[in-house]
Ligand binder design. Structure first.
Ligand code: PLP
Length: 479
């Protein structure tokens, strides 16, 4: 496909710049560009076709079923985008005086109030720009808490092997060393291993719940008590909140800190790099360490408060990705408390329906035929018997118009496919997908070779993913 600079005609001279409506400033020649600004010279039709072509080369939730486990690729109601587009939200400047953006500050306040009541936390901060950034921020709160109490020997974070991959990475980024503990055969935190791992050097414990095999930890109170009794704090990775919102609250389970992924659970289109929002919620004892500025109310006026001697400081310029918060608030307000609970119930119902329909065909090593919002299939047997890998299976799904599930994760399942149907799919779609899964499974046994060269219908088949990540070509060079 051609780049936009390669189509059109240099001599078309499209006058895209509007008339200047402010006085022209006199700028010293040395600051002026020497060469003409190179802009694409394309007609409106060409622009429209170019971007339509581009959009067809990628796969989004509006193209088809997108069961990318842990990523919650659900349909995002367009009303949320309408709200985020309102000029009062979209056309503001971060340096505008607080008294001119009272409505926007109110959005933060309301979102904080709602999310605190959903999670059982006492405060919520919206600076972090994504889930992993929220983890980093939450871990820094834990770090600051121990430091403030002169409890300086606590430098270890315990992470079960069923945690999301960002958990140990964020702990290391925040300056802790990471202790990995194994799961039980059933896929839960090994409580005895946790008991043995905690001690005077324990800063905290991070739990992804439901975990990456789609299970709700059975002994959650016992887990948080063990960590607290050892003097550590407890961190809840709440990116999978769409399995429990309106039903169970991390705060009631004994967690001190939680992060949420507004771009997943609370409905902002995501993938492709953002923008996201990973707000961090905490209990009272951690509020003093939250990033500044905090939004405070003084005589009925909302304002930014920069002062807090104990704060970990800023973690992002300005105040986080505001429009993602607007979308999340619109989502919460349209659904209401009952609607949010329904969303979770349907996420869990859809996953269990698929799991139930597939479990006689596929190996599903954990969960005993039950799951929360996602489940993990193992294709280890298929790989051994027919040399068809999880990758082959996933790539062939693309030819069926289905986005592949998350592959090779979690690491505790070999040839893993992690399937998260989400709450926004209909029974008809699920039935169609279930039929494709079964059909491909049969094909893998009868004609394994036909799964090796797939996909055949997409613009690119099997790119060198490592090469693309390590040596990306991000610049366009031309004369
Ligand atoms: C997606 C996810 C994260 C990371 O969130 P990002 O916004 O991608 O940084 C962390 N934990 C879990 C369980 C997730 O699903």
């Amino acid at each position: 496909m051609k780049l936009i600079f390669e189509i059109g005609n240099k001599n078309r001279k499209l006058d895209l710049m509007p008339e200047c409506d402010v006085p022209v400033a006199d700028i010293d020649d040395k600051y002026k560009r020497k060469k003409e600004l190179r802009l694409p010279n394309v007609s409106e039709t060409e622009i429209s076709r170019h971007y339509t072509k581009l959009s067809r080369r990628s796969f989004g939730v509006n193209c088809g079923f997108y069961p990318l486990g842990s990523c919650t690729m659900k349909y995002n109601p367009k009303i949320n985008d309408e709200m985020a587009k309102l000029p009062g939200f979209a056309d503001i400047h971060p340096l505008q005086p607080a008294d001119t953006v009272q409505g926007c500050l109110k959005v933060y306040k309301l979102a904080e109030e709602y999310l605190c009541s959903i999670t059982g936390m006492d405060a919520m901060d919206f600076q972090p720009a994504a889930g992993a950034h929220g983890e980093f921020t939450g871990l820094k709160l834990i770090w600051a808490y121990h430091r403030d109490r002169n409890d300086t020997g606590r430098d270890k974070i315990i992470v079960p092997d069923s945690a999301h991959g960002t958990n140990p990475a964020s702990a290391a980024m925040a300056g802790f060393s990471v202790i990995n503990i194994p799961s039980t055969e059933e896929g839960f935190v090994d409580v005895n291993a946790l008991r043995n791992a905690v001690g005077e050097d324990t800063a905290g414990f991070m739990l992804t719940n439901p975990n990456t095999i789609g299970l709700f930890e059975e002994h959650i109170h016992e887990i948080t008590s063990i960590v607290h009794e050892a003097g550590g704090l407890t961190y809840y990775d709440g990116a999978n909140l769409n399995a429990i919102m309106g039903i169970a609250r991390p705060g009631d389970m004994g967690f001190d800190v939680v992060h949420l992924n507004l771009h997943k659970t609370f409905s902002t289109p995501h993938g492709g790099g953002g923008p996201g929002s990973g707000p961090v919620g905490c209990k009272k004892h951690l509020i003093p360490y939250l990033p500044t500025p905090r939004i405070v109310e003084r005589d009925g006026i909302l304002a930014f408060d920069e002062k807090s001697d104990k704060s970990i400081g800023r973690v992002k310029s300005f105040y986080g990705n505001f429009l993602v918060v607007v979308r999340a608030l619109a989502y919460m307000m349209t659904l209401g408390a009952e609607g949010l609970k329904n969303a979770s119930e349907n996420a869990v119902l859809n996953a269990n329906y698929m799991l139930h329909m597939l479990k006689d065909t596929f190996d599903i090593p954990f969960g005993n035929g039950r799951c929360m919002h996602e489940f993990v299939i193992s294709l280890e047997r298929l790989k051994k018997e027919k040399s068809v890998s999880a990758l082959d299976f996933a790539k062939t799904l693309l030819d069926c118009g289905i986005h592949p599930p998350t592959m090779y994760f979690p690491l505790i399942v070999h040839e893993a496919l992690m399937v998260e149907p989400t709450e926004t799919e209909t029974r008809e779609t699920l039935d169609e997908v279930i039929a494709f899964f079964k059909e491909l499974y049969e094909r893998a046994y009868n004609d394994p070779d036909s799964l090796h060269g797939t996909p055949l219908t997409t613009p690119i088949g099997r790119p060198d993913e490592v090469g693309a990540a390590r040596n990306p070509r991000l610049r366009y060079y031309s004369d």
